[in-house]
Ligand binder design. Structure first.
Ligand SMILES: Nc1ncnc2c1ncn2[C@@H]1O[C@H](COP(=O)(O)OP(=O)(O)OP(=O)(O)O)[C@@H](O)[C@H]1O
Ligand SMILES: [Mg+2]
Length: 359
């Protein structure tokens, strides 16, 4: 399911706002402080119960008000979602008037955000890339979620036993760790392989429109599983027993995985400029979104705040043709209008809003 319309009440700078986001791509533009990030943030909250910017949801209630309400409508299924956050009260989420948990919400209306942290995806710690990978699969597959919980529960118990120096007790969790861990690794490997295919397919199209996109072609992208893949998880865990006991923690396994982006053996974070890193992250996220939509029968919304920051006009020129190839819904923002009035706009595929004029 995906939202067609979103209504805001007392959310950040908005008293009340109603926006149609039913087009394939929806673009918001306007000057600093007009509310672009707030709109994208409201869509993210409506599909996850969380903000991509802050853990303090109370700060999003408009100054002087007691609560914010976000209502979102899905015209296809007729569903109505309501997210309410009042001061000193927990967030309250209802779909068609029935309370739902955050994990139910995330699966019903998935959305992914490409924000300032994602722009420099490769500059972040491995944990961040692991989280991005896991969040996608977690939302898409309840089997993945089960294995994820199973794995981390066993890992916690194994680590507690290691802290006590009890290797026999620690080993008692090995089989669970292996069973769940192998499944996590399999789905992660599969995602990387499939997303890579979509990514290169997208790039082949983009290169025809703009030669500069070639820089994103010559890359090695792979999953570092967190253990010796040749030996397998079982053998890797067994051979790390002594180190684990010494360090009092499980040192190998999918909890140590990373996604590596390299060019000719060098890490992308060490060679790509900031603009190049940002565009790479956007193209990779787009490809992951297409994969999740196709493979898991989802309609995830992809949110991208501040498209052109750090990108020169040529880099933007590399990106803009990809709008044609986006599957699912894409909502993005920029300070200035990137699409002049001359462009003939098909309302089903593209809609733009000047945010200052919405108030
Ligand atoms: N709780 C709140 N109550 C009232 N106004 C708020 C609240 N929180 C934020 N604002 C204001 O909302 C406005 C919109 O912020 P937002 O971050 O959405 O702007 P933006 O269009 O993304 O700007 P930029 O281009 O600088 O990123 C800002 O002026 C901000 O100060
Ligand atoms: Mg902003």
């Amino acid at each position: 399911m995906a939202f067609s319309k979103i209504d805001l009440r007392n959310f950040r700078c908005f008293d009340s706002l109603s926006i149609d986001i039913s087009s394939q791509s929806t673009f918001f533009y306007g000057k600093n402080g007009c509310g672009k990030t707030s709109i994208l943030e409201s869509i993210y909250i409506a599909s996850s119960g969380r903000s991509f910017r802050t853990s303090n949801l109370e700060s999003l209630i408009k100054k002087g008000s007691e609560a914010f309400i976000i209502r979102a409508y899905d015209d296809n299924s007729g569903s109505i979602l309501e997210v309410k956050k009042a001061k000193n009260k927990p967030i309250n989420i209802k779909i068609n008037n029935s309370r739902v948990t955050i994990s139910e919400l995330v699966r019903a209306f998935p959305s992914f955000s490409i924000d300032s942290k994602t722009f420099f995806y490769n500059d972040n710690a491995p944990e961040y890339r692991r989280k991005q990978l896991d969040r996608g699969l977690f939302v898409a597959s309840s089997d993945y979620a089960k294995d994820w919980f199973g794995y981390f529960r066993s890992l916690k118990q194994r680590n507690s036993a290691l802290k006590l120096g009890d290797i026999a007790q620690a080993k008692a969790y090995d089989q669970l760790l292996i069973d769940h861990g192998e499944k996590l690794n399999f789905m992660r490997e599969n995602l990387i392989t499939e997303v890579k295919e979509i990514y290169y397919d997208l790039l082949n199209k983009l290169i025809h429109e703009n030669k500069r996109a070639e820089i994103f072609c010559d890359l090695d992208i792979y999953l570092k599983p967190g253990f010796n893949s040749k030996a397998g998880l079982m053998e890797s865990i067994a051979s790390a027993n002594n180190i684990d006991l010494k360090r009092k923690i499980t040192t190998v396994g999918p909890h140590k995985a990373d996604v590596i982006f390299e060019s000719k053996g060098l890490l992308i974070k060490d060679i790509f400029s900031r603009g190049e890193q940002k565009l790479l992250s956007i193209l990779w996220s787009l490809s992951q979104n297409i994969y999740l939509g196709r493979s898991f029968n989802l309609s995830p919304i992809l949110l991208l705040d501040d498209l052109s920051s750090e990108l020169d006009s040529e880099m933007l020129g590399c990106f803009l043709p990809s709008l044609k190839y986006i599957e699912n819904r894409f909502v993005f923002s920029n300070i200035v209008d990137l699409f002049g009035s001359k462009i003939s706009i098909d309302k089903n595929t593209f809609k733009k809003f000047h945010v200052e004029q919405l108030k």
